[in-house]
Design a protein around this ligand. Sequence first.
Ligand code: A3P
Length: 287
Amino acid sequence: MEKDGKYIVYHGLLCPKETHSLDSLKYFEEFNVRDDDVIAITYPKSGTIWMQEILPLILNGGDLTPVHTIPNWDRVPWLEETRAALVLDNKPSPRAMVSHMPYHLMPPTFFSSKAKVIYVARNPKDVLVSSFYFHQMARFLDDPGTFEEFLDKFLAGQVLFGKWTDHVKSWRKNDLGDRILYVTYEEMVKDLRGALARFSKFLGRELTEQSLEQIVSHCTFNTMKTNDMSNFSLIPQDIMDNKKSAFLRKGIVGDWKNHLSPEQEVKFNTVIKQEMADSNIKFAWDE
Ligand code: A3P
């Protein structure tokens, strides 16, 4: 592990120092995964805070108390971040957490446990756009530069948690069997109710129609945008400037069309296609 500017470089992956430390990464490596833990895995900007809202609601039968009283980073902590050690050890089961780590870096107890994983993937072009704005508002990250410059950095994997293609592929080649459920951000936008019903079945938490409806209405973009426990408005402006670009920015599918020129689209598609060629993963946005 080495430190570099605003980031810690962990197995070649950039992790912001604002939220990660050598201690937090050590805690991650030695983390004691419980059989009934639930972990949502995402490449950054693919719907992580959405899952931080959804999981406690499903695990608590639709009870809104946690999402109204606990900030998202303590409610469903990032396993590799500094808050994890403060929150997770004393949390009663079932615990929900999120992580941006690739499969092969997960802690040893994860592999021997029965913990369940929901992997959320998002169209990388929309991830790129979301990340570009995030770098403008999160003062603890490097300035993204121009969109063209940021696109090149993204394709080269010189961004948080490395290349999108490596992340997605790492979580497809695994031995988890029915311990893992794959969903896309796009599916969640299109049919949130359907996605929530799948999650609750997967987690063995059948919900009444009423609780399902309650969770759906709480997890819409507009409701979350006004939930101070989820919209990062509790973070001082000099760390995250929500006025520059809101963390809950647009919450839509296909915003990349407003940002990529035809030439940039070709460049982006060529690299992603080439790097995905050795996998049999098919996403709806490829068709
Ligand atoms: P945009 O920047 O495209 O709006 P992460 O939590 O992984 O950092 O991802 C952030 C992205 O997820 C942002 O995308 C954010 O708006 C979007 N998001 C968060 N909650 C959402 C919701 N309820 N519905 C749709 N998109 C949501």
